[in-house]
Design a protein around this ligand. Structure first.
Ligand code: HEC
Ligand code: HEC
Ligand code: HEC
Ligand code: HEC
Ligand code: HEC
Ligand code: HEC
Length: 347
């Protein structure tokens, strides 16, 4: 069935490419291929298929943290063949109970959450267990513990998996019953589905989107605090305060002037060369202290430690990170005012 559909799409494409335009002379010129249209007709073929032709790019990609963001169970030396009883934590009114076997899970996100579909629960996907790193290796634990049925025993709660868009984009469709060959970040996450490109080898049939990074690494804008005066820092996406940098506002520099899409530097990071080499490409003769100009926040409540991307527009002390407080609140009012004036769409 799938093969037939594929063949059909390829035939239609050839139709478009050869410009079968009837007798109208004005339409006889070759039409430009509309990548978007071609991709709408394409199916996902999986990273392995892309890598079979693009071997060098594939080797680079496998080294990136993107490629390792969501791993299958067999990459962990653990006994997955075990049944656990879980409760639907996303349905607090009427939390259903269900016994599942962990070996039927899709895999593990960021070496931590075990993700599965649970038939009969209210959401598409669930975090059904968590891995904890110990000296002896990983061990399997509940995502949350609570006495749901008031029998004085702690029960396993399963929380809705709301992280898929960025942490396992391939699973987004899976939740709706569509098979995708890759659960995590794959070639097709950024380039779009590639069945037609793989057949025709036309570069116009595959997407190269320079904004591919922003959809997940959203610009790191702070959000307005409940009191309306202060701001809460956004540390999750690794791009804190990028919108305030001269790089961004000048309109000359984007992520890919410094970062790579499928290569890592000697430190294993997706950066063009080392830190020093990277800056020197444009800033001739200038030197920067990375820990000063791109300081690491001391960590937010979820232990995310990321580098500031304002490149000096804000100094660390003005932003007043305080790891002791529950949220990282920016209280210096001059800084708050400056941030607000720079932010285009504060939420
Ligand atoms: C059968 C071999 C083959 C397969 C499979 C294949 N490609 Fe390609 N790809 C090519 C060739 C050949 C080119 C060069 C086309 C050109 O320069 O006109 C190319 C070019 C590209 C380009 C560059 C486009 C540009 O503007 O320079 C991208 C991106 C790309 N492929 C991505 C992919 C992805 C993603 C997949 C998997 C979905 C894939 N390819 C599968 C052969 C393949
Ligand atoms: C995180 C997003 C992302 C992923 C994942 C990704 N690419 Fe790319 N790719 C890009 C972007 C953006 C460009 C264009 C600009 C650049 O690399 O500087 C690109 C360029 C390319 C090119 C053309 C230029 C070059 O570097 O050769 C090819 C071919 C390609 N990608 C293939 C692949 C294949 C094959 C995979 C999977 C193994 C893959 N890409 C995974 C974002 C991505
Ligand atoms: C589908 C969501 C998604 C897209 C698209 C995406 N990223 Fe990421 N990226 C992530 C996540 C999630 C992590 C965290 C991985 C980890 O810490 O193991 C990450 C980590 C990183 C890191 C830090 C780790 C490292 O290897 O250096 C860099 C740099 C990065 N991404 C750059 C990019 C760039 C550049 C692009 C666009 C070409 C991009 N990302 C597109 C989700 C995404
Ligand atoms: C809008 C996209 C997006 C969503 C949704 C999202 N994340 Fe992330 N997450 C990212 C990006 C991008 C990074 C990489 C940041 C970096 O490397 O600094 C990341 C990094 C992480 C890290 C690694 C942090 C570190 O410092 O190593 C963890 C853990 C994490 N996310 C957990 C989650 C969980 C749990 C959820 C769902 C409840 C979630 N994320 C939802 C984009 C997202
Ligand atoms: C002017 C250069 C430059 C630009 C532009 C830039 N970055 Fe970075 N980025 C860096 C450097 C340098 C590091 C630190 C690498 C290291 O730790 O060695 C970094 C680190 C990161 C990290 C890892 C943060 C952490 O510590 O967990 C992520 C994620 C990231 N950048 C994403 C992005 C994205 C997405 C964009 C575009 C919105 C972007 N960067 C724009 C230079 C840049
Ligand atoms: C692709 C070229 C490019 C790269 C790579 C680059 N910069 Fe820049 N940088 C610029 C441009 C353009 C501006 C804006 C100049 C303006 O608006 O006046 C700028 C501005 C700055 C500023 C603002 C103040 C000043 O000195 O002008 C700092 C700080 C800075 N960059 C640091 C860095 C650091 C650190 C790195 C390496 C991680 C880096 N840049 C990499 C092009 C680049």
């Amino acid at each position: 069935m799938r093969n037939k559909l594929l063949l059909c799409s390829v035939l239609i494409l050839i139709f478009i490419l050869t410009g079968c335009t009837g007798n109208d002379p004005d339409k006889n010129k070759k039409e430009k291929i509309d990548t978007k249209k071609v991709q709408e007709m394409s199916a996902y073929i999986g990273s392995e298929a892309c890598i079979s032709c693009h071997t060098e790019t594939g080797q680079g990609f496998t080294m990136t943290s993107h490629a390792n963001i969501f791993k299958p169970l067999d990459q962990y030396n653990l006994n997955w063949d075990q049944k656990v009883v879980i409760w639907d934590d996303a349905n607090k009114e009427n939390p259903a109970e269900k016994e599942i076997n962990l070996k039927n899970s899709y895999g593990v996100m960021m070496d931590h959450y075990v993700v599965a579909k649970v038939d009969g629960f209210t959401k598409d996907l669930y975090r059904v267990a968590a891995l904890e790193k110990t000296d002896q290796g990983f061990k399997i634990e509940a995502v949350s513990l609570k006495d749901y049925n008031s029998d004085n025993n702690q029960d396993w709660g399963a929380k809705a998996y709301t992280c898929a868009d960025c942490h396992s984009p391939g699973l987004v469709a899976e939740g709706q019953g569509i098979k995708n060959l890759d659960a995590g970040i794959s070639c097709e996450t950024c380039h779009g589905p590639g069945s037609i490109h793989a057949q025709t080898k036309k570069k116009e049939a595959i997407d190269i989107n320079e904004d591919a990074c922003i959809s997940c690494h959203t610009l790191g804008q702070p959000t307005e605090a409940k009191n309306g005066e202060t701001l809460i820092a956004q540390n999750h996406y690794g791009t804190r305060n990028w919108f305030a940098s001269d790089h961004y506002t000048s309109g000359y520099v984007n992520c890919l002037n410094c970062h790579t899409s499928h290569e890592v530097n000697v430190e294993g990071i997706m950066l063009n060369g080392t830190f020093e080499e990277n800056c020197a490409k444009c800033h001739k003769g200038e030197t920067f202290n990375i820990d000063e100009i791109m300081w690491k926040n001391p960590s937010d409540p979820y232990n995310h430690i990321t580098r500031d991307h304002s490149f000096g527009a804000f100094s660390y002390d003005k932003l007043g990170d305080n790891p002791e407080t529950k949220e990282i609140e920016i209280t210096d009012l001059t800084t708050v005012r400056k941030l607000k004036s720079l932010m285009k769409d504060i939420k």
